[in-house]
Design a protein around this ligand. Structure first.
Ligand code: ATP
Length: 511
C-alpha cells in the first residue's frame, strides 16, 4: 500500500461519511476524529464481530462495561502515574513541543523517501525489466541510506531503553535536526511527559485530581473479584470489555492510527500460575485467526515480538498490519503475569485471589491480555477494502470491498424510476427487509450512478425494482464484488441477503 493509497483512504473516508475531523467547522481538533453515518455502522460491526467472537463463542469469557473514571490510586498501582510517559523535547524559539523519538524517526524517514525516489527513477529508466528486489540490495545510494537508518535505530533504542535521555538529545544535535516550524536547532533537554489526561472530580474539593483512563484493562482488574464471584467462573476464564481510552499523545498523526481519544477492545484471561505461556500461545494464534478470517491476505499481517518488555509483562507480541508507513501494531498480546492484581492487592489491602478447589489453595491468577484498537482495526479494513477496479475501455470504478458482514449497509433498494408505482413497491420491500438488515433507499440519478455510490460505501447487494417487478414480483439483484446480476423473487430476498452478509457465517470461520 502506497502513501498515495493512504491519502485516498483518508479522503474517501471523509467524502463518503466514514470519518470526519472533530469540530471541523472550528478548524478541527488535532488527532481527535468523529465517525460519520457510514463510519459508525462499520465501527459497530467490527465491535460486534469482536464481542461475539470473544464473549458469545467462549462460555468462559464474560463481558463488562466499566467507567472511564476510576479511583485515582488505580493508576498509581498500575504504574501509569509514574511510568506512562514519552520522551518530549521543546524548541525554545518556536515553543513547539515534539516527541524526541518521533523527530528522529522523521529524520530517518527522509532517507526512506530518498530511497523511494531512487526506486521510482530506476523504474522509469529500466521499464519492464526492472527488478526492484535486486535494485534495493545493490544500489550504492540505497545501501548508504539504509546503513544510516540502521545506525540511528541502534542509538535511539539505546537512549530509550536505558532511560538516559541525554543520549537522545545528543543524537538530535548530532543529526542537526531542526524544528519543522521555526527551522531552529535551539532545543531544551529531553524530558519524560506523562500521557494521562486529568480533570477534577468535584467542583468544591481542593486536591481531587482524577484521570481519564489510558487503557480499559484496569477496569477489568479492579472488577476481577466482583465478576469471578458473581459469574461463578473457574480458572481459566476471561473478562472482555470495549470502551474509550485517552492518551495525550505528543505527536498524534497518521489519521485515526494515533488518536488522543480512541476505543479499545480488550480481554483479560485469568489463568493458573505456570499456565500463562500455554495460554499466551493460544491467544496469539486465535487472535491472528480472527484477523485472517476477515479475508485479508496473510502476507499483510505479521507477528512482532517485543524486545523490550513493559514492567508488567513476561512475554509480549504485536499483531502488525502492513500500513503505508510500514508494518505497525494493530493489536497486542501480553502475558501480564500477576502484576496488576498483586499491585491492587497491595494498594487496597484487600485479598485478590482465586480459591482453587482442586488444589485446595488460594493464589493470585496470572493474566494473558489481548488488546486491540478499534479505530486502528477500522483503518486496516478501510485501507484493505478500498480498491479501484479496471472495467476495461478506460473505465474504472471505486469499490470498498469490506467483508460483507461488516458493511455499513447490507443492501440498497433502488426503484428504477420515481413513478409508476415502483417507489411504492420498493418501500414495501424496504419495510420488510429493514427488520433484519440495514437498508439504503435511493431513487435519485441513473441506476449506474446509484450502483457506483453503493460500491463506494461497500454495500454488498443492490436490489433494483423495475416495471416488471409489479407483475412478476421479482427484482434484479446485483453483487458488489462480481457485479453479477440476477433475477430473483421478492420472497427469496431475505434468505439471499442473509447468506451473503450474515455475521454467523463470519463467526463460523473461527470455530
Ligand atoms: P503504540 O506503540 O502504537 O503507541 P501501544 O503499544 O501503546 O501502541 P497498547 O497500550 O498495547 O498500545 O494498546 C493496545 C492497542 O490500542 C494498540 O494495539 C492500538 O491498536 C490501540 N491504541 C493504542 N494507542 C492508540 C492511539 N493513540 N490511537 C488509536 N489506537 C491506539
Amino acid at each position: 500500500m502506497s502513501e498515495e493509497h493512504f491519502k485516498n483512504v483518508i479522503s474517501h473516508a471523509k467524502e463518503y461519511g466514514f470519518v470526519f475531523l472533530s469540530s471541523e467547522i472550528y478548524d478541527g481538533l488535532a488527532a481527535v476524529y468523529d465517525y460519520g453515518q457510514n463510519g459508525v455502522e462499520l465501527k459497530n460491526k467490527i465491535r460486534e464481530y469482536w464481542w461475539k467472537s470473544m464473549v458469545q463463542l467462549h462460555e468462559n469469557i464474560v463481558g463488562i462495561d466499566a467507567s472511564i473514571f476510576m479511583a485515582p490510586d488505580v493508576w498509581k498501582a498500575s504504574g501509569h502515574v509514574d511510568g506512562f510517559s514519552d520522551p518530549m523535547i521543546d524548541n525554545k524559539d518556536s515553543k513547539k513541543r515534539y516527541r524526541a523519538d518521533v523527530l528522529i524517526e522523521d529524520y530517518q524517514e527522509k532517507y526512506r523517501v530518498k530511497n523511494q525516489k531512487e526506486i521510482q527513477k530506476a523504474k522509469k529508466r529500466f521499464g519492464d525489466t526492472f527488478d526492484e528486489a535486486q535494485f534495493v540490495v545493490t544500489n550504492a545510494n540505497i545501501l548508504r541510506n539504509n546503513k544510516k537508518i540502521a545506525a540511528i535505530d541502534v542509538r535511539l533504542k539505546e537512549g530509550l531503553e536505558s532511560g538516559a535521555l541525554h543520549l537522545i538529545k545528543e543524537l538530535i544535535e548530532e543529526l542537526e535536526i531542526s524544528c519543522p516550524v521555526s527551522g531552529s536547532k535551539n532545543w531544551t533537554d529531553v524530558r519524560q511527559f506523562n500521557l494521562m489526561y486529568s480533570t477534577q472530580m468535584s467542583a468544591t474539593d481542593g486536591d481531587n485530581k482524577i484521570y481519564l483512563r489510558p487503557e480499559t484493562a484496569q477496569g477489568i482488574f479492579v472488577n476481577y473479584l466482583n465478576v469471578q464471584k458473581t459469574s461463578r467462573q473457574k480458572l481459566p476464564f476471561g473478562i472482555a470489555q470495549t470502551g474509550k481510552a485517552f492518551r495525550n499523545e505528543i505527536v498524534a498523526r497518521q489519521f485515526i492510527m494515533r488518536m488522543k481519544e480512541f476505543e479499545q477492545m480488550e480481554m483479560q484471561f485469568f489463568v493458573s500460575p505456570g499456565e500463562e505461556m500455554k495460554w499466551y500461545d493460544h491467544w496469539k494464534q486465535h487472535r491472528m485467526k480472527w484477523h485472517l478470517n476477515l479475508g485479508t491476505q496473510s502476507s499483510k499481517y505479521r507477528f512482532h515480538d517485543h524486545v523490550k518488555l513493559a514492567h508488567y509483562a513476561n512475554a509480549a507480541v504485536d499483531i502488525e498490519y502492513d500500513f503505508p508507513f510500514g508494518f505497525k501494531e494493530v493489536e497486542g498480546i501480553h502475558s501480564r503475569t500477576d502484576f496488576d492484581l498483586k499491585q491492587h492487592e497491595q494498594y487496597t489491602g484487600k485479598k485478590i485471589q482465586y480459591f482453587d478447589n482442586e488444589k485446595n489453595e488460594s493464589y493470585t491468577p496470572y493474566v494473558v491480555e489481548t488488546s486491540i484498537g478499534l479505530d486502528r482495526m477500522f483503518l486496516v479494513l478501510m485501507s484493505n477494502a478500498l480498491q479501484t477496479d479496471d472495467l476495461g475501455e478506460g473505465q474504472t470504478r471505486t469499490v470498498l470491498k469490506l467483508p460483507p458482514a461488516l458493511a455499513p449497509y447490507q443492501c440498497a433498494i433502488l426503484p428504477l424510476v420515481k413513478k409508476d408505482g415502483l417507489p411504492e413497491l420498493a418501500r414495501k420491500i424496504m419495510a420488510e427487509l429493514s427488520l433484519d438488515f440495514n437498508c439504503y433507499y435511493e431513487e435519485k440519478d441513473s441506476i449506474g450512478k446509484r450502483y457506483r455510490r453503493q460500491d463506494a460505501i461497500g454495500t454488498p447487494i443492490c436490489i433494483t425494482i423495475d416495471h416488471e417487478s409489479i407483475t412478476d414480483q421479482a427484482v434484479t439483484i446485483r453483487f458488489r464484488d462480481s457485479m453479477e446480476q440476477k433475477r430473483v423473487s421478492i420472497l427469496e430476498l431475505p434468505a439471499i441477503i442473509e447468506q451473503v452478509v450474515s455475521m454467523k457465517t463470519l463467526l463460523r470461520g473461527l470455530l
